[in-house]
Design a binder for this molecule. Structure first.
Ligand code: NDP
Ligand code: HSE
Length: 435
């Protein structure tokens, strides 16, 4: 067997960022150097690590550390740039520089891809060994490659799942231990799951970026973060989690990407919001920082992907997998997959998407109120699945679960309910996923 280390070719790697993920990338590169060399067919050499505060990185060899990321990516001897620094700028310009001079790129930066995907894919498609981003969605779980490559011969109809570890960790803790939202968020941050600004997690921006990437790949259409309807979990109360429990559900933040048949053809819907999910649903048992994603495709049927969705080592595993691939491409002169956006499907407006709602109302407990409330639903063509009344007099609460109806009609129903004399307060409105 030939010895790759003696083949004369070395793949030179520049790392941008050495925080939660980057430090684990360095560890794996160092500890597994011999095996990685054998798998790539050439040694991987880390030639530089760019960080924001070079003086704080005494754990790294001093000659590798730099505060000048722009100079590092511009080096002609760098074959692959691994970006785990996060943020839009300067990451965007750095990756464009690397791609335009023909270097391979591995990134975990979903926010960047969801905001500037077309520009970055165009630069990657112009040449070089490719752009890989398995770590950008669902941490360690192989999901991008299955959608982008393994299912390239099928027609994906729906991708639905839990794609943010931080919010799943928070909702699981609130549900199972009665933890407060604040305490659970602090713990998720301590464990390295949260983004540099955890607003990205709790307000659903991170999951929306991932939904945009998934929908783009699954439906061969450019979908960016602004095309994704987004609601986070900062408004989810302990009372809503208890209300979900009363109807046999748990609350999860879901990303839902669908190919929808419309009267004029097909469209794409991508949305992120909390839902009440029956405890019997396979996604209901996904707890902590774990992620799980269902993919439905015409020929393949239903596939489910499950595993750690955040954290340094799991994410570094996905980064290293991409690094091996792009390094192999570099050694043999191969290219990565090009962007596939030929379908150009339109974005389905949220109002035309159908959902099921759970609505809790404080109402006056007197004859005729239930009939008035039911009429309000009927006026907008929304069918009621179940109604339950708790309490009496000024404490009367109606809990209504609807059948599926168009979002626009459901939203208008809630607006009219909140204006009725008989309704003292709309306590909460949350979507329900029952299948
Ligand atoms: P951290 O905040 O832990 O680390 C960021 C690193 O990038 C730090 O080393 C920082 O330097 C460096 N950095 C930041 N800005 C600059 C800059 N302008 N120039 C040079 N270096 C800079 O982030 P994570 O490791 O958690 O995340 C990195 C990326 O991976 C993000 O895109 C994130 O979305 C993604 N990701 C993270 C996951 C996770 O579980 N943490 C999971 C999946 C993806 P310094 O150390 O000096 O401050
Ligand atoms: N902050 C992200 C999460 C990291 O919690 O899922 C993984 O992408």
């Amino acid at each position: 067997m030939s010895d790759p280390a003696k083949s004369g070719r070395t793949v030179r790697v520049a790392l941008l960022g050495c925080g939660v993920v980057g430090s684990q990338v360095v560890r794996l590169l160092t500890e597994n150097a011999a095996e990685l060399t054998a798998r790539v067919g050439a040694p991987l050499e880390l030639v530089g690590v760019a960080v924001r505060h070079p003086d704080r990185h005494r754990e790294l060899p001093a000659d590798l550390v730099t505060g000048d990321a722009a100079a590092l990516v511009a080096r002609e001897d760098v074959d692959v740039v691994v970006e785990v620094m996060g943020g839009l700028d300067p990451a965007r310009e750095l990756l464009l520089t690397a791609l335009r001079r023909g270097a391979g790129v591995v990134t975990a930066n979903k926010a960047l891809l969801a905001a500037h995907g077309p520009e970055i894919f165009t630069a990657a498609d112009a040449g070089g060994p490719g752009l890989y981003f398995e770590a950008a969605v669902a941490g360690a779980i192989p999901l991008i490659r299955p959608i982008r490559e393994s299912l390239a011969g099928d027609r994906v109809s729906r991708v639905m799942g839990i794609v943010n570890g931080t919010t799943n960790f928070i909702l699981s803790a609130m549900d199972s231990t009665g933890s407060t939202y604040e305490a659970a968020l602090a713990e998720a941050t301590r464990l390295g799951y949260a983004e540099a600004d955890p607003t990205a997690d709790v307000e659903g921006f991170d999951a929306a970026a991932k939904a945009a990437i998934i929908a783009s790949l699954a439906f061969h259409t450019r979908v960016n973060a602004d095309d994704v309807y987004r609601e986070g979990i900062s408004g989810v109360s302990a009372a809503e989690i208890a209300a979900a429990r009363e109807i046999g559900c748990t609350v999860k933040l879901l990303a839902i990407c669908e190919r929808i048949t419309t009267p004029t053809g097909e469209a794409v819907s991508a949305r992120v919001h909390p839902v009440m999910l029956p405890r019997t649903h396979p996604l209901a048992g996904v707890d902590g920082a774990y992620n799980a994603v269902y993919v439905e495709a015409e020929a393949a049927g239903q596939l489910m992907f499950y595993g750690p969705g955040a954290g340094g080592a799991p994410t570094a595993s996905a980064v290293l997998g991409d690094l091996v691939t792009v390094a192999r491409n570099t050694v043999v002169g191969a290219r990565g997959p090009r962007e596939s956006a030929y379908a150009e499907l339109p974005n389905q407006p949220l109002g035309e998407v159908t959902s099921q709602y759970h609505i809790s109302l404080d109402v006056q407990d007197r004859a005729g109120v239930l009939a008035q409330v039911a009429q309000c639903f009927a006026d907008l063509g929304i069918s009621i699945s179940t109604v339950r009344q708790a309490g009496t007099g000024n404490d009367a609460t109606l809990v209504i679960v609807t059948h599926c109806g168009p979002e626009a009609a459901l939203t208008e129903t809630v607006r009219r309910l909140s204006g009725m004399d008989a309704v003292r307060k709309v306590n909460s409105v949350m979507r329900v996923v029952s299948e």
